[in-house]
Ligand binder design. Structure first.
Ligand SMILES: NC(=O)c1ccc[n+]([C@@H]2O[C@H](COP(=O)([O-])OP(=O)(O)OC[C@H]3O[C@@H](n4cnc5c(N)ncnc54)[C@H](OP(=O)(O)O)[C@@H]3O)[C@@H](O)[C@H]2O)c1
Length: 116
């Protein structure tokens, strides 16, 4: 089982990824910076790190990331700063979850059509 986690560098995301790894699962994370993640994650074979700003990822690119995953989780949240709350992106979580859902649906449709 492999889980894609967005928002993995946050307080909730770090705990969640640690739990997945300690239960023996494979994990893929998308982070805009590797500076906020634990050092040991860089040397863990079960963890794939994609360094990319989530707000710049469209459905087609996201399809590549969800393709080999069996679960997707969002731990994104606006940073609790003036800019984080009132600045762009205004709908970080909603927009990202929408892209993730569309990518999952598109990927499933593609794999189903390949069966016939
Ligand atoms: N129900 C509950 O009891 C409960 C408890 C805790 C949290 N939550 C929810 O869980 C979510 C996360 O909370 P948290 O405390 O873990 O927050 P957090 O520590 O602030 O983490 C936020 C995450 O979102 C990312 N992020 C923020 N702004 C971004 C942007 N513009 N572009 C890309 N990534 C961005 C951060 O990346 P960077 O590290 O790069 O900034 C980080 O990975 C929130 O929605 C919160 O409401 C719920």
């Amino acid at each position: 089982m492999k889980t894609l986690v967005v928002g993995a560098s946050g307080a909730t995301g770090k705990l969640f990824v640690e739990q997945l790894l300690s239960s023996g699962q494979q994990v893929k994370i998308i982070v805009r910076s590797t500076g906020n993640i634990p050092d040991n994650w860089n040397n863990d074979d079960r963890l794939a790190i994609i360094k990319r700003n989530i707000t710049e990822i469209g459905v087609d690119e996201m399809c590549k990331y969800v393709r080999d995953c069996t679960a997707v989780a969002s731990c994104l949240g606006h940073n609790l700063t003036w800019k984080g709350i009132f600045g762009k992106p205004r709908k970080l979580v909603t927009d990202t979850v929408r892209v993730l859902c569309e990518a999952v649906q598109k990927t499933l449709r593609k794999s189903e059509s390949n069966l016939f």
